[in-house]
Design a binder for this molecule. Structure first.
Ligand code: GRF
Length: 216
């Protein structure tokens, strides 16, 4: 029997994608366990979700670190120590709102994956769903989507793609409606992508991205 893989999950907020991964582990859709959840912000709901499932949590507040004179690099060194102590097979950025520096990434080559709510190359950075919605209203796109990709360097939402889900826009769609559909699509995508990454089906050097389409 293959060993249960360990996930360390980094969050900054609501944690609905974290919850999707926890549920997938609990129902054996993922042969994995969540060993640790780290948040860059205190008092976010994602921490509560983890605690309800008995999963260890840690807050490493970026705002406090910065207020005490810390840099991005010293923050990432501290983060790396916490993550290393949890012995992860995979580190999942699931709503993690910080760009990781080399101080972190160099310690975990080929182990960090990120979820981003846009198609590869489209709308990197913040507010991707809102920006896609505006572009659709302006007639420049007909679909958006989400992706899970490896994080080899400090690029913003770039890196070899593991899985993509396409989300076509619908006539009369509201931003709220699109946002809800995007989150639903992300939850399924993330579980599939993590399963593929853990199975070694897609490596950070030679990925083969698969695409799904979320019409519902
Ligand atoms: C997701 O849309 C993710 O793609 C983006 O931030 C959101 C986090 O949602 N980076 P949640 O905290 O998992 O509910």
């Amino acid at each position: 029997m293959s060993k249960v893989k360990r996930l360390t999950i980094l969050i900054s907020g609501n944690g609905s994608n974290l919850e999707a991964l926890i549920e997938a582990c609990d129902t054996n859709r993922l042969q994995a366990e969540v060993g640790l959840v780290i948040s860059s912000k205190a008092a976010v709901f994602g921490l509560e979700r983890a605690r309800r499932h008995g999963i260890p949590t840690k807050v490493l507040s970026w705002s406090e670190h910065r207020a005490c004179g810390g840099s991005r690099s010293t923050y990432d060194q501290q983060l790396a120590r916490c993550v290393a102590a949890s012995h992860p097979d995979l580190i999942v950025l699931a709503g993690w709102m910080r760009i990781l520096t080399r101080s972190f990434l160099d310690r975990f080559p080929g182990k960090v994956v990120n979820l981003h709510p846009a198609l590869p190359g489209a709308f990197p950075g913040l507010h991707a769903i809102e920006r896609a919605y505006t572009a659709w209203r302006e007639g420049t796109i007909r679909e958006t989507g989400a992706m899970v990709h490896w994080v080899p360097d400090e690029g913003v939402d770039t890196g070899p793609v593991i899985r993509v889900v396409r989300v076509p826009l619908r006539a009369g769609e509201t931003l709220e409606g699109l946002t809800e559909r995007m989150h639903t699509a992300e939850h399924g995508l993330l579980v599939q992508a993590i399963a593929a990454a853990l199975a070694g089906e897609v490596g950070s050097l030679g990925p083969s991205a698969a695409e799904a389409r979320a019409d519902h």
